[in-house]
Design a protein around this ligand. Structure first.
Ligand code: UDX
Length: 441
C-alpha cells in the first residue's frame, strides 16, 4: 500500500521506517527541511536502537522517501498518518492541537476524490477526546470524500522499533467500516503475527492512550509513595515491589521505585488528562492524577535532600557528579528529564555539577547550558563530594566501586534508581543512600 506519514518526530520517523519495513511504500513529510535532508540520507534525528539500520535499508530499497511538500503527499497515496506533536499548553496543561490542525488543514485542499477509494487521514498523535470528530467536520468542509480514524501510538523510546513491529495491541477508532478494513489490511503482517486488533469509536481510541499512560504513571507514583513509607519505617521498597509484583493481578512492571517518571509523554499526558476532565466538569474523577504528578515531582526533591545530607547540609563549594542525563536509559531524550531537574536544582543550591551520560550529552548541553558535562564517568567523578546515579544506564551497574573510590574526594553515592548493588559499594568503602531502602552503614 502507499501511505504518507506527516510529522517525522519520534513517532513519525519510527512509524514511517517500520511501515516501509513491512512492505509498504511510504512518503515521510515534515516542514523541517534539515530533518528531511538527514532522513533522506538514512540518518534518524535522534538515537533509537535499530532505527538507523532500518531507515537506511528502507531508503536504499526505495520503499521510503521524504518530502517537505503536502501537495506531493496528497498525490502519493490514499492513507495519511498524522504524527505531529501535541505539546502541553503552558498555562492549563491541556494539549496544544495547533500542529495537528495545521497538518489536516494543509493537506485537505490537495486531497482528491479518486472515485473508488475514500481518502483516509489517520491520527496517531495523543489528543483530547472529541478531536477526531472535530477534525472530521473541518476536513469535510474541504474534502467530503475523506475520513478520519484514530490509531493511538503506544511505543516506548528505547524500544520503539520493537514496539511498532510487535505491539501488544493495535487500537483503531473510526466511524466507517471501510476505514477499519483499510487499517486492518495495512497492519496485516502484524495482525498475522498475533497482535490483537481493537476496533472501536474515535472517542474510545483517543481515550485509551491518555488512560493507559495515566495508569502507568499511577503505578510508578504508587511505588514511590510506598518508598516514602519505607523510609519512615525501615522497610525495603525493592522487596516490597517484588512481593507485590508477584501477584499476577498487580504484575511486576512499572513498579521500579526511584526518581520517578519524565520524558515527553507521561508527565504531559497526565496533565492533559486532568485538563480534559476538568473541561468536562469531571475534575473530581481524576483528582488522584494530580497527586500522582505531585508524588512524582517530590522524588526529585527527596533525591536532592538525600545528597545534601551526604555533603554535610550545604552544597556551597561542593562538587557533585551526576550519572545520567536522559529521562531514561537507551535514549538521548532529555525532555522533562528527572536527572537534569535534580542536577539543575543542586547547581542552583551552589554546587559545581558535572554530568555524564553515554548518549544524551549533546541534547543535555543544548537544553541546560549552565551545567558542566564530562565525556567519561571518571572525569565526571573527579574530586566529587557526592555522586548521584540518576538514569539507570546498564554500564553504571558495571562500574567498579573500588576504582571509582580513588577518583572522588568522598566516596558517597545516592542511587536514585535503585539498580546499584549496595553491598558491593558498601564493601568498597562507599556510603550509599537510596530512596526507600534501609541503610547499610
Ligand atoms: C511512555 C509509555 O510507556 C508509552 O506506551 C507511550 O507511548 C509513551 O510514553 P516512554 O516515555 O518512552 O513511554 O518511556 P517509559 O518506558 O514508559 O518510561 C517513562 C518514565 O517512567 C521514565 O522516566 C522511566 O525512568 C520512568 N519509570 C518507568 C519509572 O520511574 N519506574 C518504572 O517502573 C518504569
Amino acid at each position: 500500500m502507499r501511505l504518507t506519514v506527516i510529522g517525522t518526530g519520534y513517532v513519525g520517523a519510527v512509524h514511517a521506517a517500520c511501515m516501509a519495513d513491512i512492505g509498504h511504500e511510504v512518503l515521510g513529510v515534515d516542514i523541517d527541511a534539515e530533518r528531511i535532508a538527514a532522513l533522506t540520507s538514512g540518518r534518524p534525528p535522534f538515537y533509537e536502537p535499530g532505527l538507523s539500520e532500518m531507515l537506511m535499508k528502507a531508503v536504499d530499497t526505495g520503499r521510503l522517501s521524504f518530502t517537505t511538500s503536502l501537495t506531493e503527499a496528497a498525490w502519493f497515496g490514499d492513507t495519511h498518518f498524522v504524527c505531529v506533536g501535541t505539546p502541553q499548553r503552558p498555562a492549563s496543561g491541556a494539549a496544544d492541537l495547533r500542529h495537528v490542525e495545521a497538518a489536516v488543514d494543509g493537506l485537505a485542499p490537495y486531497l482528491h476524490d479518486s472515485g473508488y477509494e475514500r481518502v483516509l487521514v489517520v491520527g496517531k498523535s495523543t489528543v483530547p477526546v472529541g478531536t477526531a470528530d472535530r477534525l472530521t467536520r473541518r476536513l469535510h468542509a474541504v474534502a467530503p470524500y475523506a475520513d478520519i480514524a484514530w490509531n493511538p501510538e503506544f511505543l516506548r523510546e528505547g524500544c520503539a522499533v520493537q514496539d511498532t513491529l510487535r505491539p501488544e495491541r493495535i487500537v483503531v477508532g473510526a466511524r466507517s467500516e471501510q476505514a477499519v478494513a483499510r487499517l486492518r489490511e495495512l497492519y496485516a503482517p502484524l495482525l498475522d503475527a498475533g497482535t490483537p486488533f481493537i476496533g472501536t469509536d474515535p472517542a474510545t481510541a483517543e481515550l485509551v492512550k491518555l488512560a493507559s499512560n495515566s495508569f502507568l504513571a499511577t503505578k510508578i507514583s504508587f511505588i514511590n509513595a510506598m518508598a516514602e513509607i519505607c523510609d519512615a519505617t525501615g522497610a525495603d521498597v525493592l522487596t516490597l515491589a517484588e512481593a507485590m509484583g508477584r501477584d499476577s493481578r498487580i504484575g511486576p512492571r512499572f513498579l521500579a521505585p526511584g526518581l520517578g517518571f519524565g520524558g515527553s509523554c507521561l508527565p504531559k499526558d497526565i496533565r492533559a488528562f486532568t485538563a480534559l476532565a476538568e473541561e468536562l466538569g469531571l475534575g473530581e474523577s481524576v483528582a488522584f492524577i494530580r497527586q500522582v504528578d505531585e508524588i512524582n515531582t517530590r522524588q526529585r526533591l527527596r533525591t536532592v535532600h538525600l545528597a545534601q545530607r551526604l555533603v554535610g547540609g550545604s552544597f556551597a563549594d561542593r562538587s557533585v557528579a551526576v550519572l545520567g542525563a536522559a529521562f531514561k536509559p537507551h535514549s538521548d531524550d532529555v525532555r522533562d528529564s528527572p536527572a537534569l531537574a535534580v542536577a539543575d536544582e543542586i547547581r542552583l543550591r551552589g554546587a559545581r555539577v558535572r554530568v555524564h551520560d553515554p548518549e544524551a550529552v549533546d541534547n543535555a548541553r543544548a537544553a541546560h547550558p549552565a551545567l558542566q558535562f564530562a565525556l567519561d564517568v571518571a572525569k565526571a567523578c573527579e574530586q566529587a563530594d557526592v555522586v548521584l546515579h540518576l538514569t539507570e544506564w546498564p554500564q553504571y551497574r558495571e562500574l567498579d566501586p573500588a576504582a571509582l573510590a580513588t577518583v572522588v574526594r568522598t566516596p558517597a553515592i545516592v542511587d536514585a534508581r535503585n539498580t546499584l548493588d549496595p553491598v558491593a559499594w558498601h564493601s568498597a568503602g562507599w556510603t550509599l543512600r537510596a530512596l526507600g531502602r534501609p541503610r547499610l552503614g
